[in-house]
Design a binder for this molecule. Structure first.
Ligand code: NAP
Length: 247
């Protein structure tokens, strides 16, 4: 790592939006510390870093497991990596109508999508405070504002992220740390591939730009929020949804 290079920690950097964010931040000159849940994902991150000649490393992390977050902290420390950019991107869906929702589906989504933000942010905040500089960027979702039948668990977690973002922004602003959220609409990734043609057609009708989003269209907004140009934006949620929902 070059000593003048800022370290960006991106959770869930193996696929989809997180992978695009890792590539874009790497190309913007940050050292990329990307995480995945297993070896296949780690290999995907290493491949990305080598293909685009990005300085960085891959780590194993289960954001839903406090011990795994603690282990990541130790590994970062021993690699002398202190992230000043944190992108809380990892997330899952376990969709079901509330009446049919199992406790497991509720708790898994809250734990992976919301409790994780608390854990990872605490892990990085001390270093950012010391550096008197930091960017925390949380990936929420359009459904936090619009709601979506079958996603009470997911939309509750994603709305929770927005409240967390605003409160933490007030806590740490005086330390030179900004905290923002990005709320994607419908972006083509593994997460959304399961939808039927009928569901996709109904969704398209709600999108002003009349197409689904691309992962790079989220990554570019994250790069902006990480940049010096975004230094006076904090506590904000940026909607990137092609006009699917205008809050
Ligand atoms: P994706 O393609 O399903 O990728 C999910 C990523 O999260 C993978 O890198 C996965 O790692 C990681 N992950 C899953 N569970 C994890 C855990 N317990 N611990 C650590 N990492 C974990 O999803 P995506 O569509 O890119 O979504 C990324 C973020 O954007 C999520 O927060 C999602 O809620 C949000 N979002 C997506 C959309 C959309 O339309 N796609 C819309 C709004 C918001 P492995 O590869 O190791 O499994």
């Amino acid at each position: 790592m070059k000593s003048d290079q800022q370290v960006a920690l991106i959770t869930g950097a193996s696929r989809g939006i997180g992978k695009a964010i890792a590539k874009a931040l790497g190309e913007a000159g940050y050292y990329v510390a990307g995480t995945a849940t297993g070896k296949t994902g780690m290999d995907a991150i290493k491949e990305l870093l080598s293909e685009y000649k990005i300085k960085g490393s891959a780590f194993i992390l289960d954001v839903a497991d406090p011990a795994s977050v603690e282990r990541l902290g130790e590994e970062l420390k021993s690699a002398d990596l202190s992230p000043t950019i944190l992108v809380n991107n990892a997330g899952i869906t376990r969709d079901n109508l509330l009446l049919r929702m199992k406790d497991e589906e509720w708790y898994d989504v809250i734990n992976t999508n919301l409790n994780s933000i608390y854990r990872l942010t605490k892990l990085c905040l001390r270093g950012m405070t010391k550096a008197r500089s930091g960017r925390i960027i949380n990936i929420t979702s359009v459904v936090a504002s619009s709601g979506n039948a079958g996603q009470c668990n997911y939309s509750a977690a994603k709305a929770g992220i927005i409240g967390f973002t605003r409160s933490l922004a007030r806590e740490v602003g005086s330390r030179g740390i900004t905290v923002n959220a990005v709320a994607p609409g419908f972006i083509e990734t593994d997460m959304t591939h399961g939808l039927s043609e009928v569901q996709q057609k109904a969704l398209l009708e709600q999108i002003a730009l009349n197409r689904f989003g691309d992962v790079n269209e989220i990554a570019s907004v994250v790069v902006f929020l990480a940049s010096a140009g975004a230094c006076y934006i904090t506590g904000e949620t940026i909607n990137v949804n092609g006009g699917m929902y205008m809050g």
